[in-house]
Design a protein around this ligand. Structure first.
Ligand code: PAD
Ligand code: ZN
Length: 361
């Protein structure tokens, strides 16, 4: 059996997305069929549409989602129909070399659904990040479903499925920021602002937000930035050094994914400081820096895949903080939109008008 639902696909590089019928198989063993309630529009969806991530068109976009389990495959014991879940793209396998060494947040063999969703003519779809949730229903591996308290509104819960978790985790898990650290965040979209929030949660002494858009800097302040820098007007490296007694920040989080902003992050940190790259670069980008500076500045240069999160550990923890009023996740939801408005939402994202547009179904 299959279900036919509406979904948003990217057919080819740079082409506007379109809504079409998507055929979703019933779940087999180890799989779950999820009725999507909300799915955020993340910059990574736009990267897919622009061909920046791969060439496996057509893509079924959307990956930052929450919904209700509709059916599970035979033998499923952990999940049941009716469960409220956040979808994750890190269903840890428990078997790969990272998992076996006790580092499951690096899992190199994460699970996705085995069966493929297709167009009506049978063309297989590549679901974004193995999820594909700009659709009324999607098929995922059961391990991609993390149960959380249904008291959290789906448009808020879904954000933890990608960008907000990536930003929070870049600060809390990857860096990790510790009490008293000075932190700079370069690029204050949904991911960067979540990093600001994570730094605040960790007890950072100063949080310097850098962006080229004054609106974004205002929002970053609301999330807890103690200083803001418009890098169109002010050299961010010099300003970050000035705000940290001439030293540079202990932790600099780059949340854009561009060589020039990575270079700013590299030089804006203190000696022996940490750079965390959470922004996703595109294949043609190159970085050229004096090797001596890598050596001479010491410290750690890290990348953060999905905020080094463990969904089963972090999603219930963070939704719990939200319900206690300690994590203002609803501030990320700039607007809720219909499936039809995803292309429009990409344009708003590019113009910097939103932190997150969230499709509500
Ligand atoms: P966004 O477009 O909402 O935010 C990007 C921000 O960067 C905006 O506020 C821009 O104004 C700002 N910006 C752009 N250029 C510059 C510049 N030269 N200097 C300063 N600021 C600038 O995107 P987002 O927050 O949704 O995503 C940010 C990145 O994070 C993007 O590359 C996305 O693909 C990546 C991401 N990574 C992971 C992960 O696991 N590593 C997860 C989710 C998203
Ligand atoms: Zn994402």
């Amino acid at each position: 059996m299959t279900s036919t639902v509406r979904g948003v696909i990217a057919r080819g590089k740079g082409e506007p997305v379109e809504i079409t019928s998507v055929v979703v198989p019933d779940p087999g063993p180890g799989e779950a069929l999820v009725r999507i309630q909300a799915c955020g529009v993340c910059h990574t969806d736009l990267h897919y549409r622009e061909g920046g991530i791969g060439d496996d068109f057509p893509y079924l976009l959307g990956h930052e989602a929450a919904g209700v389990v509709e059916a599970t495959g035979d033998g499923e014991t952990r999940l049941a129909p009716g469960d409220f879940v956040i979808l994750n793209w890190r269903a840890v396998c428990g078997q790969c070399r990272a998992c076996r060494r006790g580092r499951p947040w690096y899992c190199f063999s994460t699970h996705n659904a085995r069966q493929q969703m297709t167009l009506s003519d049978g063309t297989p779809l590549s679901p974004a990040l193995g999820i594909g949730a700009f659709a009324e229903k999607t098929l995922v591996a059961a391990g991609q479903c993390t149960k959380v308290d249904p008291a959290v509104p789906p448009e808020v819960a879904g954000l933890l499925g990608c960008g907000v978790m990536a930003g929070l985790g870049a600060a809390l898990n990857t860096a990790p920021v510790t009490r008293g650290d000075t932190v700079a965040v370069i690029g204050c979209g949904g991911v960067g602002d979540a990093a600001v929030l994570g730094a605040r949660l960790a007890g950072a002494a100063a949080i310097i937000a850098v962006d080229i858009d004054p609106r974004k800097l205002e929002w970053a302040r609301e999330f807890g930035a103690t200083h803001v820098v418009n890098s169109r007007e002010t050299d961010p490296v010099a300003r970050i050094q000035q705000l940290t007694d001439g030293n540079g920040a202990d932790v600099v989080i780059e949340a854009i994914g561009r060589p020039e902003t990575y270079q700013q992050a590299f030089y804006a940190r203190d000696l022996a400081g940490t750079v965390v790259l959470v922004g996703v670069p595109t294949p043609e980008m190159r970085l050229e820096l004096p090797l001596l500076d890598f050596f001479g500045r010491g410290g750690a240069l890290k990348s953060s895949w999905y905020g080094d999160c463990l969904p089963e550990r972090d999603f219930p923890l963070l939704t719990g903080l939200y319900l206690q009023g300690r994590l203002p996740l609803d501030k990320f939801v700039s607007e809720t939109i219909a499936l039809e408005a995803v292309e429009d939402a990409f344009a708003k994202m590019a113009r910097g008008e939103v932190l997150r547009s969230v499709v509500k179904l």
